[in-house]
Design a protein around this ligand. Structure first.
Ligand code: NAP
Length: 244
């Protein structure tokens, strides 16, 4: 079996490449530095020769709707066109729990992920969508994104962070065993409120930024699974945070 990991040098893609190789899967994991650009199409045909499965763990720094939509949708279209020519049979996309429900925050990046899911669902290569909650290791970066003029604005809504390795294992399992067509969600074992989680994380890091609780956009459970989901077993690395 041969897999192409689009975004294969990234936070998710890199450990996924190692995991798949350890399972005996032949992996092509190049990105921009290797001359593979999924947006311009450069190097894509060569990268996809003999590939059975594409795992799409691409990311963009664009947080505006126009930039995020054009990146995520454009990548699906190019991967589908070249993948079809190469005989790819399965396209697995990593998305985010909650973004497709229609009542999550309408920040541009999430609209890009919704467009990504929609594009891959209607594409000609059979698709699987894996939706993960926020990675535990990503919480400090998420706090930075919520910081305005030195204060952290944290909604009193649910967050259920998952350990990255458990997401990687789920993606790898989708490559080796899953029939295309599923939507699978994964979340960590504990559900918190954003503000409690942010305060505890900052205190643990000796960061004295003030956390201000703000009204969340949308329902309390907008960004946690609402139906069946895989529950990770790795707890958040800071003990004693009140659960929601
Ligand atoms: N962070 C979270 O908590 C979380 C939770 C759930 C889901 N996700 C999803 O997980 C996915 C992966 O996130 P990540 O943190 O692993 O991202 P990342 O570390 O930023 O990696 C993204 C990869 O995309 C590659 N890339 C960007 N533009 C490209 C292009 N035009 N052509 C080829 N490759 C390109 C980059 O390649 P170069 O290295 O060559 O630039 C990089 O290797 C994202 O779609 C995100 O929405 C994240």
């Amino acid at each position: 079996m041969k897999a192409f990991i689009a975004g294969g040098r990234g936070r998710v893609g890199s450990p996924l490449a190692d995991n798949l190789e350890a399972k005996g899967v032949e992996v092509v994991a190049g990105g921009l530095d290797d001359g593979i650009d999924v947006i311009s199409g450069e190097g894509l045909a060569e990268a996809l020769v003999g590939v059975d499965t594409i795992v799409n763990v691409l990311n963009t720094p664009r947080f505006d709707a126009e930039g995020a939509i054009s990146f995520f949708e454009g990548a699906i279209n190019n991967l589908t066109a070249e993948g079809e020519r190469a005989g790819v049979r399965h396209h697995i996309v990593l998305s985010i729990v909650g973004v497709g429900e229609g009542d999550a925050s309408d920040i541009g990046y999430y609209l890009g992920k919704v467009a990504q899911e929609k594009a891959v669902r209607s594409a000609s290569i059979p698709a699987t969508i894996i939706r993960a909650t926020q990675f535990q290791s990503y919480i400090p970066a998420l706090i930075d994104q919520h910081t305005v003029e030195g204060k952290v604005l944290a909604p009193r809504s649910f967050i259920q962070p998952v350990e990255l390795g458990e997401v990687v294992e789920l993606l790898a399992g989708a490559v080796t065993t899953l029939e295309p067509g599923s939507v699978v969600e994964i979340a960590g074992p504990e559900r918190f409120y954003h503000d409690d989680l942010f305060r505890a994380t900052l205190a643990d890091r000796g960061d004295d930024r003030e956390v201000v609780t703000v009204a969340g956009q949308g329902p309390l459970d907008a960004m946690v699974p609402r139906g069946a989901y895989r529950t990770g077993t790795v707890r958040y690395p800071i003990a004693g945070i009140p659960t929601a």
